[in-house]
Design a protein around this ligand. Sequence first.
Ligand SMILES: Nc1ncnc2c1ncn2[C@@H]1O[C@H](COP(=O)(O)OP(=O)(O)O)[C@@H](O)[C@H]1O
Ligand SMILES: [Mg+2]
Length: 358
Amino acid sequence: MESKLNVAVVFGGKSGEHEVSLMSATNVINAMDKSKYNIHTIGITKLGKWMLYKGPVERLQDGSWEQEASSLNSQELVELLLGSMLQDPAEKGKIDAIFPVLHGPNGEDGTIQGFFEMLNIPYVGCGVIGSALGMDKAISKQLFIDAGLNVAGYVLTYKHEIKDNLPGVIAAIEGKFPYPVFVKPVNMGSSVGITKAHDRDELEKGLLEAVKYDRKILVEEFIKGSEIECAVLGNNYPEASGAGEIIPSKEFYDYEAKYFDDGKSTLIIPARLTEEEEKSIKEAAVKAYRALDCCGMSRVDFFLDRSTGKVYINEINTIPGFTKISMYPKLWETAGLSYSKLIDRLIELALERHAETR
Ligand SMILES: Nc1ncnc2c1ncn2[C@@H]1O[C@H](COP(=O)(O)OP(=O)(O)O)[C@@H](O)[C@H]1O
Ligand SMILES: [Mg+2]
């Protein structure tokens, strides 16, 4: 029998999506084939402390893993990842691949990917550039436009402009679109800091809320459409899964509706699309993936205006959710790739890319 691969699953993190990461990591670890992998779980607390956790996976979700984990100073962390702390002779002595199950800033934005590059360890998902581009909703929009994709109209503004000239910012937005509009911090995820503003008062509040999270703020025209998501997997020859559709339980797909709604938001797989619509969405998803130089995986999200048939790309998520109700693994399952085979493939892609680039 081949020896097992040492895979480090890194979870938690300082971002507003810490809890989502705990849910995703629980599912990833449960789905990993224990006959193929020695799993090392490394958590990052909300304060940014790295910890080695050796307890049961059941304790991730409620945060109680932290009580049993031992903190790692920077030298110990690097030694763990590079091997000198893995002393069990059954283990080969180094981490063969890292699966960052982290969402949001510092996890999904290229920073931690840069750290793994420095250590020369293969890791799952997009590299530094794809991660960084995907995290920035304003820059990715520019690249989507360059790739010939439709995006919702938008105004980009900044914290200092909102602070120094709120009436001017509001006038620029009102001059461009009617209400409602969406206000978004550029670098977040899971709907953190996002609001739908129906009038000037709500816009003002939304802008002031968004600046708590970021210095760059996007305001977008409202697209009345179905929310369609498509999963992409691969390095040099990325493939798109079929598409899925989300019917949010609330006015929009906010943080509550995404993760804490006991499944009241409905996922429809496959999405209700004509063959032609599905084909064009899959093509757009791969185009977007290539435009941002993604590799490994990403989930690409769209709006479909059913009255005009027009497809708008909303965003790309380079580390999609892996929670029980998450679209990315479900889409692949429907396409015939089980959760655990999907993880095998992601790790394989990480190793392939590493071998190709080194
Ligand atoms: N321009 C828009 N028109 C209509 N709904 C939107 C628009 N932008 C965002 N939304 C709603 O808000 C949700 C979260 O926005 P999104 O940009 O996807 O942020 P996140 O990265 O947090 O998922 C979307 O899933 C959708 O329900
Ligand atoms: Mg989204």
